[in-house]
Ligand binder design. Structure first.
Ligand SMILES: Nc1ncnc2c1ncn2[C@@H]1O[C@H](COP(=O)(O)OP(=O)(O)OP(=O)(O)O)[C@@H](O)[C@H]1O
Ligand SMILES: *[C@@H]1O[C@H](CO)[C@@H](O)[C@H](O)[C@H]1NC(C)=O
Ligand SMILES: *[C@@H]1O[C@H](CO)[C@@H](O)[C@H](O)[C@H]1NC(C)=O
Ligand SMILES: *[C@@H]1O[C@H](CO)[C@@H](O)[C@H](O)[C@H]1NC(C)=O
Ligand SMILES: *[C@@H]1O[C@H](CO)[C@@H](O)[C@H](O)[C@H]1NC(C)=O
Ligand SMILES: *[C@@H]1O[C@H](CO)[C@@H](O)[C@H](O)[C@H]1NC(C)=O
Ligand SMILES: *[C@@H]1O[C@H](CO)[C@@H](O)[C@H](O)[C@H]1NC(C)=O
Ligand SMILES: [Mg+2]
Length: 678
């Protein structure tokens, strides 16, 4: 019946069919997702894809499930003889649980007849089946479960296993999660809920009817020996076309199930995932981390804030503590300016123990400069008004530049709000007054005293005449004479009283000096001159020679006026009687007499009668003989000194001021003050 042409057509037909089959085979499904950003998966339940491409099957929600399916159906069977093709898949998953040792419930790779698994239950049903259809052959489901809970009802082997499921949750074959080491073939356990990503391989050999399942940590290659190997023909189970995907369910523990990447191939080996391209898992996860974040971080930030606040307060306090006043005009005094901090350190914070003494202007502290190790004395003068400060500092600094062996060197100053600090060289032997009155522990012999007197005279003479400008000391007295290491007398505190003694209106001028050293015309006019300094020097001479204060209380209403007493001795022609008995008999009579007489002369109430410091020097050096006091009106008839009333006024104003609680210095004398004899 068939001719040659017919045979030819049949052969051609066969050829076309063959080509078609080959073509179909060439089009076998093959996909790879290194992250799911562009995967267009079919999602249901609580499944989702995170912005960075993680497939998140469950999202920390309890008793829930999520499914993710490849969007298209897949031909699993050879239409000519109805056998299931070989297929292969690999994916990376991670399970992140609320607790380190408890999770729920697992991840399943599933081949199912429908997209999604309608009617399925969460928890132990893994989102695959429900109570009524579990295990029913009509399900037509093949699955590989990664189960983290042991469900006795499905004969689970433990709470960390891998199982091959056919139509139901009672696994055909299962094994604890582990892998065979490539090197020695040893079995190594894995913990599914470790939170670490792991890789799974599922392969079906259509010819051998064999299912192989392996898993391994992400950094370990595919094991040579599969964890599970099962001979099972899937042909009766699967339909011609099927859907593939993942299912996950949660129970009562908050868990997130992630798939990081997935590849699949029919009739061949699925491509290996490119691990470097996989999306990163969230950094947080697990109980420990969350504790760190919910407790640790707030505590840390609060402590940081507290530290910052304390630091700021400290800095502000410190700034305030060491704040100084510095104005433009002071720039030129740079070298003379000290940093408050430096003085603070030098005096150990102005410690009580470092106080050398206190006078009318404030306390004097001993210190040591941290940089040069020089010993210093710091005088803290409180000063409220800033008026006249500029002139005063200018004067102090210029005087401070004076160098004379009988002056205390002023090293510099520092200015703060309401306060002026003056820095002097430290005088190791202290002030002269300590060696004179009130039965001193150490006293000075006559030659030492005479040397001190000549030293002070020389210092004062230098102030008055030795410099381009006349400097009035204003406060010559024993406590302002300091003794250096070699017992040289050095005059200190020059010009300081000017700080308080300022003003153009003589009516309101406040005179500052020390009672007993103030010349009568000084209190009257308020003007300090060279001769007011000489008057004070006279009082100082008598002080040193007699070892007594210019005014000494001898009872409640009784005062010994030194100048008066010496005058009395002199008028009795026994001036030596007035000398200090403490220096015994070892003295030069002429010198003592000279000093006492010179003291009286300098204390003369009439300024013009007082000698100048130049003359004082000449008398003391013996260059010129002291004139007879009687010639100058210092006679017993009392020509110039015969102002008894004035003297009584003085004594009275002194006692009343004591009663009012005035200190010996900084006393403003208003009454006319005359020194006199009887
Ligand atoms: N440079 C110094 N070196 C050593 N001790 C000093 C120095 N300057 C002052 N002192 C000590 O500090 C004490 C107090 O001095 P301060 O000048 O404040 O008081 P004052 O001389 O008694 O009275 P005034 O206020 O009238 O000067 C002095 O008696 C002296 O012992
Ligand atoms: C989980 O996903 C569901 C559905 O997308 C959403 O309603 C729910 O708020 C999510 N829960 C959390 C904790 O993210
Ligand atoms: C079914 O057909 C395919 C080719 O189409 C062949 O490779 C396979 O061996 C056949 N299986 C059976 C059971 O005949
Ligand atoms: C179980 O699932 C099937 C569909 O797979 C559904 O028809 C049935 O109603 C479900 N049973 C229950 C108890 O939910
Ligand atoms: C399996 O399911 C079908 C239809 O869903 C049902 O008719 C049958 O009774 C079920 N078999 C078992 C054993 O439950
Ligand atoms: C591995 O797991 C099995 C079962 O879970 C257990 O019996 C075995 O002791 C584990 N081995 C190691 C080394 O942890
Ligand atoms: C499987 O395929 C057959 C016909 O090929 C169809 O009748 C049946 O409904 C399919 N099963 C499912 C669960 O879709
Ligand atoms: Mg002083």
């Amino acid at each position: 019946m068939f001719g040659k042409p017919a045979r030819k057509t049949a052969m051609l037909f066969k050829l076309v069919i063959l080509t078609l089959v080959t073509l179909a085979a060439a089009e076998d499904l093959n996909f790879i997702f290194n992250g799911f950003q562009s995967a267009n998966l079919h999602l249901d339940g609580i499944a989702g894809v995170t912005p960075n491409g993680l497939l998140r099957l469950t999202n920390d929600t309890k008793q829930n499930q999520g499914h993710a399916f490849y969007p298209n159906s897949i031909t699993f069977k050879d239409s000519s003889n109805g056998t299931v093709f070989s297929f292969s898949t690999t994916f990376v998953f991670a399970i992140r649980s609320e607790y380190a040792d408890l999770s729920g419930h697992g991840i399943v790779f599933v081949v199912a007849p429908t997209q999604g698994l309608p009617g399925a239950f969460p928890s132990q049903f893994l989102g695959l089946f429900n109570e009524s259809n579990n295990g029913n052959a009509t399900n037509q489901v093949f699955a590989v479960e990664l189960d983290t809970i042991q469900s006795k009802e499905f004969n689970d082997i433990n709470e960390n296993h891998v199982g091959i499921d056919i139509n139901g949750l009672h696994s055909e074959k299962a094994a604890p999660a582990a892998y065979y080491d490539q090197n020695n073939g040893g079995l190594r356990n894995l913990t599914l809920i470790s939170g670490q990503p792991m890789r799974v391989w599922v392969e079906y050999d259509g010819a051998k009817k064999q299912i192989d399942v392996s898993l391994a940590p992400i950094n370990v290659d595919k094991p040579y020996t599969p964890l599970l190997s099962l001979n099972f023909d899937l042909s009766p189970i699967l339909n011609d076309t099927m859907y593939i995907g993942f299912s996950s369910s949660t129970g009562s523990v908050l868990t997130s199930h992630y798939v990081l990447g997935w590849s699949f191939k029919i009739n061949g080996q699925a491509q290996e995932l490119v691990l470097s391209q996989l999306p990163k898992l969230p950094r947080t996860g697990g109980k420990k981390r969350s504790k760190l974040w919910t407790i640790g971080v707030p505590i840390l930030s609060v402590s940081l804030i507290l530290i910052a606040v304390y630091g700021l307060i400290y800095i502000i306090r410190r700034k305030r503590k060491f704040a100084e006043l510095l104005e433009d005009w002071e720039i030129e005094y740079g070298p003379q300016r000290f940093k408050y901090k430096e003085l603070y350190v030098a005096t150990k914070g102005f410690k009580e123990k470092e106080i050398l003494g206190s006078g009318g202007f404030g306390k004097v502290y001993r210190g040591m400069l941290p940089t040069t190790k020089n010993e210093i004395a710091v005088k803290r003068v409180s000063h409220e008004s800033r008026q006249g400060m500029k002139e005063f500092v200018a004067e102090i600094v210029s005087i401070g530049q004076l160098r004379h062996r009988n002056l205390v060197p002023l090293l510099g100053y520092c200015r703060r709000k309401g306060e002026l600090l003056l820095v002097y060289d430290y005088m190791p032997n202290g002030s002269l007054d300590k060696y004179l009155y009130d039965q001193p522990a150490v006293t000075l012999n006559w030659s030492q005293r005479f040397r001190v007197i000549r030293g002070v005279a020389s210092g004062l003479f230098y102030l008055h005449e030795g410099w381009e400008q006349v400097v009035i000391h204003r406060d010559v007295k024993a406590s302002n004479v300091l003794l250096d290491g070699e017992l040289n007398a050095r005059l200190g505190d020059f010009g300081l009283s000017r700080l308080y003694d300022r003003g153009t209106d003589p009516q309101t001028t406040h005179i500052v000096g020390t009672l007993g050293y103030l010349a009568p015309e000084h209190t009257r006019t308020g003007r300090a001159t060279e001769s007011t300094d000489v008057f004070a020097f006279g009082a100082f001479l008598l002080e040193v020679a007699c070892g007594r204060r210019p005014i000494e209380a001898q009872g409640p209403e009784q005062h010994l006026i030194l100048v008066d007493w010496v005058f009395t001795c002199w008028s009795r022609s026994n001036i030596l009687e007035a000398r200090d008995q403490n220096f015994g008999t070892d003295f030069v009579t002429e010198e003592v007499e000279l000093v006492l007489k010179l003291g009286l002369l300098c204390s003369h109430s009439e300024p013009s009668v007082r000698p100048s410091m130049r003359q004082v020097m000449q008398y003391l050096e013996g260059d010129i003989a002291l004139p007879e006091l009687s010639v100058l009106g210092l006679s017993s008839s009392g020509l110039t000194f015969a102002h008894h009333e004035g003297f009584d006024d003085f004594a009275m104003s002194y006692s009343s001021s004591v009663a009012k609680g005035f200190s010996h210095s900084s006393y403003a004398a208003d009454s006319t003050l005359l020194s006199g004899g009887r």
